[in-house]
Design a protein. Structure first.
Length: 223
């Protein structure tokens, strides 16, 4: 029998069978489950009342998925570590969740015992992400610190936000990825991209990225 780790968790999953199975696995891993929720409003209420160490949220938690519960749960108890569980380990979706405040993103395909042990170790500072996700995070960091990315001309017609969008475009991010990274709607990203094209006199993303590269090589110039 596993001894109690002192970790307290709230589980939020609309599937009661899956929720109970994870509850049992967590208990075997020494985690005390202090509350279970079937939807986002219940989860937020429990997090506020129970002040858990870990909040485990299903990616499709009703009514609006994990996003509907993620930030309110963090606001209700900022010290809690939030972990999102998904049916598949989609890298892009996982990166979006991490950007919005989750400490972990795990696939339900993981064996229950391994899943529970990974969750139990998060309050001790361990990451709850897959090896594939770790690689994707490293790739994104490498892109973010590329020699020219981040350098901006002293005189520029682009706004700070437009440069942020352009930096992500340079890193190869799609519209959806940019929206998740900057916590914007895709329509807002499209608007920023149109403004970038107009100000740089570009007709495509590739052309805008190339013009930005040239401008960064001459940071004293204007663009």
């Amino acid at each position: 029998m596993t001894s109690e780790s002192g970790v307290r968790a709230v589980l939020a999953d609309g599937d009661s069978l899956a929720r109970n199975a994870l509850r049992d696995a967590l208990r075997r891993a020494g985690v005390t489950v202090v509350g279970q929720a079937a939807d986002a409003p219940q989860a937020i209420n429990l997090v506020s009342r129970c002040t858990p160490d870990v909040v485990v949220i299903d990616a499709v938690l009703p009514p609006g998925g994990a996003i509907a519960a993620l930030r309110p749960a963090i606001a209700a108890h900022p010290d809690a570590d939030v972990i999102v569980l998904a049916q598949s380990g989609e890298d892009d979706a996982g990166l979006g969740m991490l950007v919005q405040g989750a400490e972990g993103y795990l696939s339900r395909a993981t064996e229950l015992g391994g899943l529970a042990r990974a969750i139990a170790r998060v309050p001790a500072g361990e990451a709850a992400i897959s090896r594939a996700m770790t690689r994707r995070v490293i790739e994104r960091l490498r892109a973010a610190v590329a020699p020219t990315v981040g350098l901006r001309p002293v005189k520029s017609s682009l706004t700070q936000r437009e440069w942020e969008v352009l930096d992500l475009m340079t890193a190869g991010a799609s519209t959806a990825e940019i929206a998740r990274e900057l916590v914007l709607t895709t329509d807002t990203v499209h608007t920023h991209v149109r403004h970038i094209f107009r100000k740089l006199h570009a007709h495509s993303r590739a052309e805008a990225v190339e013009l930005a590269r040239r401008a960064r090589e001459d940071p004293e110039g204007a663009s």
